[in-house]
Design a protein around this ligand. Sequence first.
Ligand SMILES: [Fe+2]
Ligand SMILES: [Fe+2]
Length: 146
Amino acid sequence: MPLVVPGPIAEEHLEIHRSLERLARGSGVVGRSARALRDVLDPHFRKENELVMPLIGVFRDLAEGKRPEDAERALQLAERFAAEYELMLREHAEILRTLEGLERAAKRSGSRAAKAFASRLRRHAKIEELLIYPAAAACLRLLRQT
Ligand SMILES: [Fe+2]
Ligand SMILES: [Fe+2]
């Protein structure tokens, strides 16, 4: 696969973004908390789509010992991601802290949509920390070997 955001990952980001937009249009405490979350989530997603997810596009080739398309550009990206990795984990911590506000608002107002959104975003961040980020980070070593 080329150095692009894989389809299912792009869709997942887009669906989460759209659900949050819907919540952010709402009035009251849910809308307010959703807008605060959007302010921290949108730039984070943009950075992931630029720096992290394209590496997942070439990860399978690398894991199978093949040299991917765009290996030079992938190496540059992997170096940039390595420099940002710790910061991006801190962004997750900030996102989860902000998400707690939305979770409280969901509870107070009984918003099932906000509650479902919160669990989805928590799962998304966990999968990134367990799998997506480590795989993208491993690309640096694998690219240097191929
Ligand atoms: Fe993400
Ligand atoms: Fe993330």
